[in-house]
Design a protein around this ligand. Structure first.
Ligand code: ADP
Length: 412
């Protein structure tokens, strides 16, 4: 229903109409004020909870709240008039921001996670919603970005992923160990079984001979073979098998205990440590006419007992696997690389061909089991011990002319 034309109204009617308009205006003003108050409260609540920024249609920042300044470590004046490239961490590819812009400039809401760089270089993650404010024709007039700090959640996710990957790796290792141990235990076990049967047969033959006894007289000749040959031989092999199994189990126990030994990490003087190791092996080194040269070594952080065990094993191996063609020469050098000290332990011994190099770090793996004593445990232990100290061990060798074992540990 349209209002009557004011020109046709009487003076009284006009006054009434005016009073009515004044009342409507006052009511409208009250409503407007309450809406503004409500909006202010909402903005205050938003500012309290979120990191908020507003940009113009070209992406220039026109408003940032205190939380934005706090997390980005920029002052408000440094941000206003800039675009968001000021906090770009270069983590996301170009296409990422391309997709973001094409979404919001076409009037749609964008939601995603962004990694940003603060003024001091620190990185932070924000869960972001960008809401375009549109004009009457549907064109964006400004963008409101509301963000939540998810840096901690991202770090936790990464730790979780890392832990899952480590666990999978450990599981694989464990499977490999179970396989190797069961395989290595099998051959002495088969020997023990085989020679136990030989023992049974020898007993049966003795019993049969005893059964033929007349007047308490037992013929000596048929007893000779089982008593002098079969039984001693069977006992010898059974004993050897049991000793082998015992050694394997003791090795396994030693290996499994490593994970539980408490570490005492402290700065280590490797020159002093190698001096002691060489002195302790002086006799064997002299007998082999071996020469050990230790260059000045950088200090590292490690557990002195376990690290000493690693280098003792390396020197022991250099002696065991030396070449009969030349006197043993060992050179120990060290350098610092990206926070890690890399100690290089080079010998001129038998060398290790490339296809065997990864295998020698597996538990019980030996290249020539019958040529020298050992359980194939030293390098597996060294690897485990170093891993626990944030270190590593690997080998370089062309297969002849010697091997170089590299040990890395955190620098002091
Ligand atoms: P073990 O010495 O008891 O066999 P290790 O784990 O210390 O156990 O070594 C595993 C295998 O790696 C050895 O059996 C040997 O074949 C090879 N190896 C280790 N060190 C050297 C070396 N310096 N030169 C040549 N071969 C080596």
């Amino acid at each position: 229903m349209s209002s009557p034309d004011p020109a046709t109204l009487t003076k009284e009617e006009l006054v009434t109409r005016l009073q009515q308009l004044e009342r409507e205006h006052a009511a409208f003003e009250t409503e407007l004020l309450s809406t503004v108050r409500e909006l202010r409260s909402m903005k205050a609540a938003l500012d309290e909870h979120s990191i908020v920024a507003i940009t113009d249609p070209r992406g220039r920042i026109t408003y940032v709240n205190d939380k934005f300044c706090a997390i980005s470590r920029y002052a408000r004046e440094e941000l206003l008039g800039q675009d968001h490239r000021i906090i770009n961490s270069r983590f996301h590819p170009r296409e990422f921001f391309h997709e973001l812009w094409s979404t919001i400039s076409s009037g749609r809401v964008w939601h995603g996670e962004i990694k940003n760089r603060a003024k001091d270089g620190s990185l932070y993650w924000v869960d972001t919603t960008i809401f375009p404010f549109l004009d009457g024709t549907g064109r964006p007039v400004q963008y409101v970005a509301i963000r939540t700090d998810i840096t901690q959640r991202k770090a936790d996710e990464l730790t979780l992923q890392q832990t899952a990957a480590d666990l999978a790796e450990k599981n694989k290792e464990l499977e490999a160990i179970v396989y190797t141990v069961s395989h290595d235990l099998r051959s002495p076990l088969v020997n023990v079984q085989g020679f136990s049967r030989q023992l049974t047969r020898a007993c049966e033959s003795i019993r049969a001979t005893l059964a033929t006894a007349t007047d308490g007289q037992v013929p000596a000749e048929p007893l000779r073979k089982p008593v002098d040959v079969a039984i001693p031989q069977a006992l010898r092999f059974i004993n050897a098998g049991v000793t082998k199994m015992e050694a394997l189990l003791a090795g396994l126990l030693q290996y499994s205990r490593l994970g539980r030994v408490a570490l005492h990490l402290r700065p280590l003087d490797l020159n002093a440590m190698l001096g002691e190791i060489v002195a302790a092996m002086k006799f064997q080194l002299n007998e082999a006419k071996a020469e050990v040269r230790v260059e000045p070594l950088p200090r590292c952080i490690g557990d002195s007992v376990q690290t000493s065990q690693v280098f003792t094993n390396l020197l022991d191996n250099a002696l065991k696997y030396r070449s009969p063609l030349r006197p043993l020469r060992v050179t120990v050098t060290g350098r610092v690389e990206r926070g890690q000290v890399i100690y290089s332990f080079a010998d001129n011994g038998l060398g290790i061909s490339p296809q065997h190099q990864a295998k020698i770090f597996e538990i019980f793996h030996r290249l020539n089991p019958n040529d020298s004593p050992g359980e194939g445990l030293g390098l597996a232990i060294a690897q485990r011990v170093l891993e626990r100290q944030r270190g590593r061990i690997w080998v370089e060798s062309t297969g002849e002319g010697g091997s170089t074992f590299h040990v890395s540990l955190p620098a002091e």
